[in-house]
Design a protein around this ligand. Structure first.
Ligand code: ADP
Ligand code: MG
Length: 622
């Protein structure tokens, strides 16, 4: 039966991707060679793994390698590998659609990056379709390791491709690229060799350019540390991380017990997730005796370390382990624990060695450390050493560690205090820090929405409870500062104070849980505190926002209002209640709203403004 071939349309997202690749990425053309070699390398890794776990592999004894051949006269470059190859169905799916989950989003992000800065493209791994950067026609001949007949895939990068039978192939894949007129350089040896040296030195299989091996195949992580130069490490990082710059940190370590591990881990300089390019995929590959078991492994490190790039190799893993069984494999879990602890210890050492350099890391990747605290109890103790916050004692922009806070604590201070606010200025102008400043007790400023969750999850540090300063039951006697006996200040007489408080309770009944005399306000007339010891105002704000997003009712829990009986406003209010109770009620409602705003909580702005005008009118004598 002769096969005249079938024609297939590219998936819509693929068409868009092709359009970007062909029209926008002109300056990044060289990477098509990297992408194709990387696919060959993937296919060879899979082959190496398959041949370990299966019998009857087609072309079993063909050596695992990549061959690149050039034809300067016909202007072609041909890349051949002896990897797993593809069946007809696989050709159709793999080279017609985009494998990425959420491919629509992926293409949109890519288009965005292409507009902003094409040099970011490397991060995306455009994949096979990069071949059309340089090729006007691309031919893929492939035969699967299952031994089924080979096929040929052909396309000019327009809307469609064809597939037909192609007898007589060996196992693996051959990609023939007929180069565009302005891309003939890619059929010249010097050009192709320099690109391989730049991007593909660390491919773990021989790459033969016109028969000559151009890379060194030894795995860098198995070599001894003092033989490896910084440049080699950096090049390796660029290779596995698709990066164009050097890493921020690098950790190369080997251990024998409790498991044999060789690992090289890198922290990048940039956080692409924060730059708006979507969630980063895990960047550490799992090997066993130099055989790739799990690329971009989700299992070898916790999710919150997904920003790391690198390699973990352990001889203790069974070579024939399947990818599916990694997830709940006890050995993998043990590896994960050992490596994570080792890496966190490394970060703690680096923070000590050069704290400013660590702060650069913290500013870029601190969000992942926080994610770790809130999602992974297992490493909480180590993570607690790594978090940094600003405080009333830290310099602006130079956050402090919890350990440093504890070191500075005065005698008798039993708790660590914190308060959330949008900025340092806002916190320092607010009511919550007044007593801390007066007593000279340090207080941490949590300025990111997630921070209160982080400290809440930690619960304590070094045996000291972490306490939010907006708690109703805050007990400043645990702050260690001397009780400044302030009853001498000119405050409202006890019975008048009591009366005012009962009046306020009645008046604000539907808004507050309780009204109490404040023991900690110095200048401000009032503040909101949380009777629920678990929730802080900042946490409540986030949770009600997320309920709102989901279209759920947002019923804020009632707060306590603390009032300062020494404040002139409160004293005058007690008088006003006697003379003009209905106007006093307006003032009370306004004091409550002001306190809510200072707590970062929501009030009804329309009602508030209208009332405010009423009060102002009185103030100007209206
Ligand atoms: P990715 O490598 O990120 O999966 P690509 O676009 O580079 O995406 O490749 C798409 C798919 O095509 C691969 O996942 C693989 O299944 C298949 N493929 C590409 N090149 C080869 C090859 N040389 N040998 C075998 N399969 C290949
Ligand atoms: Mg690829």
């Amino acid at each position: 039966m002769s096969d005249t071939g079938t024609t297939h349309e590219f998936q819509a997202e693929t068409k868009k991707l092709l359009d970007i690749v062909i029209n926008s990425l002109y300056t990044e053309r060289d990477i098509f060679i990297r992408e194709l070699i990387s696919n060959s390398s993937d296919a060879l890794e899979k082959m190496r793994h398959e041949s370990l776990i299966r019998e009857n592999v087609f072309d079993e004894n063909v050596p695992l390698e990549v061959n690149i051949d050039l034809d300067e006269d016909k202007h072609t470059i041909t890349i051949t590998d002896t990897g797993v190859g593809m069946t007809r169905d696989e050709l159709e799916t793999n080279l017609g659609t985009i494998a990425h989950s959420g491919s629509g989003k992926f293409v949109a992000e890519l288009a965005d990056a292409a507009r902003k800065d094409v040099s970011l493209i490397g991060q995306f791994g455009v994949g096979f379709y990069a071949a059309f950067m340089a090729g006007e026609k691309v031919i893929v001949q492939s035969r699967s390791w299952d031994g089924s007949e080979g096929n040929e895939w052909v396309s000019d990068g327009g809307g469609s491709f064809t597939i037909k039978e192609c007898p007589g192939l060996h196992r693996g894949t051959r990609i023939i690229i007929e180069l565009k007129d302005d891309a003939h350089d890619y059929s010249r040896k010097w050009k192709v060799e320099s690109i391989i040296k730049q991007y593909s030195t660390f491919v773990p299989f021989p790459i033969k350019l016109e028969g000559e091996t151009v890379n060194t195949v030894q795995a860098i992580w198995t070599r001894s540390k003092n033989e490896i130069t910084d440049e080699e490490y950096n090049d390796f990082y660029k290779f596995i991380g698709n990066a164009t710059d050097d890493p921020h940190y690098r950790l190369h370590f080997s251990v024998d017990a409790p498991l044999a591990i060789n690992a090289v881990l890198f922290v990048p300089k940039e956080n692409f997730e924060a730059m708006g390019f979507g969630r980063v995929e895990p960047g550490v590959n799992l090997y066993c005796q130099r055989v790739l078991i799990d690329q971009h492994s989700e299992n070898i490190l916790p999710e919150w370390l997904r920003f790391l790039k690198g390699v973990v190799d352990s001889e203790d893993l069974p070579l024939n382990i399947s990818r599916q069984s990694l997830q709940d494999n006890a050995l993998v879990m043990k590896l994960r624990k050992v490596i994570t602890k080792r890496f966190l210890k490394f970060l703690a050492e680096e923070a000590k060695r050069d704290s400013d350099y660590y702060l650069d890391f913290w500013n870029t990747f601190g969000i992942y450390i926080k994610e770790g605290v809130t999602s992974d109890y297992e490493f909480q103790k180590e993570l607690a050493q790594l978090v940094r916050f600003e405080s009333s004692r830290s310099e602006d922009g130079k956050p402090t560690s919890l350990a440093e806070y504890v070191e500075r604590m005065g005698d008798g201070q039993e708790e660590i205090y914190y308060i959330n606010g949008p900025t340092r200025e806002a916190i320092e102008a607010g009511p919550y820090v007044e007593m801390f400043n007066k007593k000279g007790v340090e207080i941490i400023y949590t300025m990111e929405p997630i921070d209160d969750f982080v400290l809440n999850h930690l619960g304590e540090f070094d045996g000291r409870k972490l306490v939010s300063a907006d708690r109703a039951d805050l007990d400043l006697s645990k702050s260690g500062a001397a009780d400044s006996d302030d009853d001498s200040t000119d405050k409202l007489a006890e019975d008048a104070g009591g009366e005012l408080i009962s009046w306020l309770k009645k008046n604000l009944e539907d808004k507050v849980a309780d009204v109490i005399e404040s023991k900690r306000l110095v200048d401000s007339p009032a503040m909101i505190v949380n009777p629920d010891g678990f929730m802080t105002s900042s946490m409540e704000r986030i949770m009600s926002a997320s309920r709102m997003e989901k279209g759920l009712a947002t019923e804020a829990s009632k707060k306590n209002l603390e009032i300062n009986l020494a404040s002139p406003l409160i004293k005058q209010l007690a008088e006003l209640v006697k003379n003009d109770e209905s106007f006093a009620a307006e003032v009370a409602a306004q004091i409550y709203d002001n306190a809510m705003i200072q707590a970062g909580l929501v009030v009804d702005p329309m009602v508030m403004v209208e009332r405010n005008y009423k009060i102002l009118t009185r103030a100007v004598g209206g």
